[in-house]
Design a protein around this ligand. Structure first.
Ligand SMILES: [Zn+2]
Length: 569
C-alpha cells in the first residue's frame, strides 16, 4: 500500500467527528435479498463450487514465497528484481491460459516513467519582506520539487496565503475567496478542513486537487506548509520522502501525466519559516490559523515576495504492467471488463537494519500478486467464461504513488468506458483465518449487492470500516480507477479472529506500526493461508457476479466520487 504523507487530516490538531452519511445507501438493503435470489442459480452451479473448492492455499504460499525471495531484491520499479518478477507473472499468466492483454500479443504494457530530481546547488527560494531578505536554508527551511516539463523554471512573485488551498464548490467552500492569486505564489497548509466529510476531505487534501485549484485561479507557484511537530518528525518524513526525487508516467505522446505546465514551481516550507512571511502583513500566522480553525476566512495577500529558481534533472525509467485477459462468453457483454489489480512492485533495497537491507514485501504485495494468480486459475477452471471479460492487472509503480495503475486507467488496453468495475488486492491481511471482511468503498456504489451475496455465500461478516477518517479507499490502486469514474472496491480482512484471546484490531494495528514498509515484511510472519485463499474466493466471486450481471455497476445517487469523476452520468 502507498504511504500518503499528504494526510487528509487537518494540521490544526482537531479531529473530525463527522461520520459518513449512509442514508443514500439504505435503499440497497431493501433489495439485497432480491439480489441473493437473482444470483442463486449461479451460486448453485456445481462447476462454480468445484472451481472455488480448488483454490489452493499452498499455491498462494509458494508464489508469495517465491516473489518475496531475497533474489528479487525488493522488486523495485526499474530494477532487475522487479523485471524478473514481471517476467514470472507473465509466464504464469501464459501457463494459466490468459490471453495477452496488449493487442493479444504481449502481456507487457510498457511504460516510461520520468524521474525528476532537484539540483539543489542550482536551486533556491529567496524571500524578501518589505525590502528585508529572509535567509532560508535548503533542507532545513524548505525544499523544492522538480518541474517535470522543463529543466529550468522560476517564479518571482508575491506570496498569498490561501488556507488549505481548497476550492470545493459542492461544500460551498473556497480558500481563494477574496484574494487574487493571478501570477502569484500561493502558500497553503497540508490537509483540508476538518469539517469536511471524510471522502471529500481525502479528495481535497490531495496534491492533484490543490494543484488544479491553484492553476485554475492563475497561480504560478505553490509553497506547501509542513506543520512543526515534536522533534520535527513530520518535516523529516517529507524531506526523506521527496528529496531523493519523484516520478511521473510519460504518456504515449511524450508528455508527463498529471502535470500542470502553468505551475512553474512548487515546494515545501517548514512552518517556523512560513511564519516569517507573515511579518508586516497585519496578521500573524497563528491568527490566520485560528481564523481558519474557526471557519472564518484566513486567506491573505502577504507583503512577502518569493523568488524561486528550480533546476530539475530528468531521467527515464522503463517498467511495465503485466496484463492478461479471460475473454467473456456473451457476444455483447464480452466487450465490457472487470479489472482485478494487484501491485507487484515494492521498495527495493534500503539502509540495512540488523544486517538486512532487502524489503521483501511478502505481504505488500507478493501476497496480492499470488492471490491474483489463484483467481485467474479459478476463472479458467469454469466450464464457461463469465459474460463479461476479466482483466488481470499486475501493476508497477504503486509504491511511488499508484503510478502503474494510473497509467493503465489513463491509457487502458481496452476502451476506457468499457471498464465496469475494479477490485484491488493489496496486503489484504490474513494473519488469522478470515471470518469477516472490510470492503472499502461499499457505501459508494451498487457493488454492495455483489459483496452481500458473496459474504452470505461464504458465511462471512461485513465489518464497517473501523477508521473511516483514514480514507483507505483513496490509498491503493483502485483509486486510479475511481478517478476515471469506475466503481471499485478494496477489500481487507476483518478484525474477528478464531480465538477470543486474539484481538484482530490490535494485530492489524501492530502490523501497520511494526512491519508495514519495513525490512521485516518477510515470509516468516504468522500468515494464515486459508485466509489468503478466502481472499481469492471472495474477490473472485464478487467480480464473477459483476461479470454475469445484466446491468453494469453504478455509483450511488449523490455519491461524492460518482459526481466528481463519473463521465457517464
Ligand atoms: Zn506499500
Amino acid at each position: 500500500m502507498h504511504l500518503f504523507l499528504n494526510s487528509s487530516r487537518s494540521v490544526l490538531g482537531f479531529k473530525s467527528l463527522k461520520k459518513i452519511t449512509y442514508s443514500f445507501t439504505m435503499g440497497a438493503l431493501l433489495w439485497s435479498t432480491a439480489a441473493q435470489a437473482q444470483y442463486q442459480s449461479l451460486l448453485d452451479s456445481p462447476n462454480l463450487k468445484n472451481s472455488l473448492e480448488q483454490v489452493d492455499p499452498e499455491a498462494i504460499k509458494s508464489n508469495m514465497a517465491f516473489l518475496s525471495d531475497d533474489l528479487f531484491e525488493g522488486r523495485k520499479i526499474g530494477e532487475r528484481g522487479f523485471d524478473l518478477a514481471a517476467k514470472y507473472m507473465a509466464s504464469r499468466f501464459q501457463e494459466i491460459g490468459l490471453t495477452p492483454g496488449v493487442n493479444k500479443t504481449s502481456y507487457f504494457q510498457e511504460i516510461l516513467f520520468r524521474k525528476g530530481e532537484v539540483m539543489e546547488q542550482n536551486s533556491s527560494l529567496e524571500i524578501t519582506n518589505k525590502g528585508q531578505n529572509i535567509p532560508l536554508t535548503y533542507g532545513t527551511d524548505y525544499f523544492l520539487m522538480p518541474n517535470f516539463g522543463k529543466t529550468q523554471s522560476q517564479a518571482n512573485a508575491q506570496v498569498v496565503f490561501v488556507g488549505y488551498g481548497v476550492t470545493a464548490p459542492e461544500l460551498k467552500y473556497d480558500d481563494y475567496d477574496g484574494v487574487n492569486v493571478k501570477g502569484k505564489i500561493v502558500m497553503y497548509l497540508t490537509g483540508a478542513p476538518a469539517s469536511f466529510p471524510n471522502d471529500e476531505r481525502a479528495y481535497y487534501a490531495s496534491e492533484m486537487a490543490k494543484h488544479q485549484a491553484a492553476v485554475a485561479k492563475g497561480a504560478v507557484g505553490v509553497l506547501t506548509i509542513v506543520a512543526a511537530n515534536a522533534n520535527n518528525t513530520l518535516w523529516d518524513a517529507y524531506l526523506h520522502r521527496y528529496r531523493s526525487g519523484s516520478y511521473k508516467w510519460m504518456g504515449p505522446d511524450g508528455t508527463p501525466g498529471n502535470y500542470f505546465p502553468a505551475l512553474q514551481t512548487y515546494g515545501y516550507i517548514f512552518q517556523p519559516s512560513a511564519e516569517k512571511l507573515f511579518e508586516g502583513s497585519k496578521i500573524t500566522m497563528a491568527q490566520a490559523l485560528s481564523n481558519l480553525k474557526a471557519g472564518k476566512t484566513a486567506s491573505k495577500t502577504l507583503t512577502a515576495k518569493a523568488q524561486i529558481n528550480v533546476s530539475s534533472k530528468h531521467s527515464s525509467i522503463a517498467s511495465q504492467n503485466i496484463v492478461g485477459i479471460v475473454p467473456g462468453s456473451d457476444p455483447e457483454l464480452k466487450n465490457e471488463y472487470v479489472v482485478y489489480a494487484s501491485h507487484l512492485d515494492h521498495l527495493g533495497i534500503t539502509t540495512p537494519v540488523n544486517g538486512d537491507s532487502i524489503n521483501n514485501g511478502a505481504h505488500d504485495n507478493a501476497s496480492g500478486s499470488a492471490i491474483l494468480l489463484e483467481m485467474a486459475k479459478t476463472y479458467k477452471r469454469l466450464d464457461q467464461a463469465p459474460k463479461r471479460s476479466i482483466i488481470f492487472l499486475s501493476c508497477t509503480g504503486e509504491e511511488l504513488g499508484l503510478l502503474g495503475s494510473d497509467y493503465f486507467a489513463s491509457n487502458p488496453v481496452v476502451p476506457g468506458n468499457s471498464i465496469v468495475a475494479n477490485l484491488a488486492l493489496d496486503m489484504p491481511f490474513f494473519l488469522y483465518p478470515l471470518k469477516d471482511i472490510i470492503p472499502h468503498g461499499i457505501q459508494h456504489s451498487s457493488l454492495k449487492k455483489q459483496v452481500e451475496a458473496t459474504t452470505q455465500f461464504f458465511g462471512l461478516q461485513i465489518t464497517p470500516d473501523p477508521a473511516p477518517e483514514e480514507v483507505v479507499f483513496t490509498r491503493s490502486d483502485h483509486y486510479s480507477f475511481i478517478k476515471k469514474g469506475v466503481p471499485a472496491l478494496f477489500i481487507k480482512g476483518g478484525i474477528i479472529t478464531d480465538d477470543p484471546k486474539k484481538d484482530g484490531a490490535k494485530i492489524i494495528a501492530d502490523w501497520r506500526k511494526n512491519i508495514y514498509h519495513k525490512i521485516d515484511d518477510e515470509m516468516d510472519q504468522p500468515f494464515d493461508f486459508t485466509g489468503a485463499a478466502m481472499h481469492a474466493k471472495v474477490n473472485f466471486l464478487i467480480g464473477y457476479l459483476v461479470a454475469q450481471d445484466q446491468e453494469r455497476p453504478t455509483w450511488n445517487k449523490g455519491d461524492f466520487f460518482g459526481n466528481k469523476f463519473n463521465k457517464q452520468k
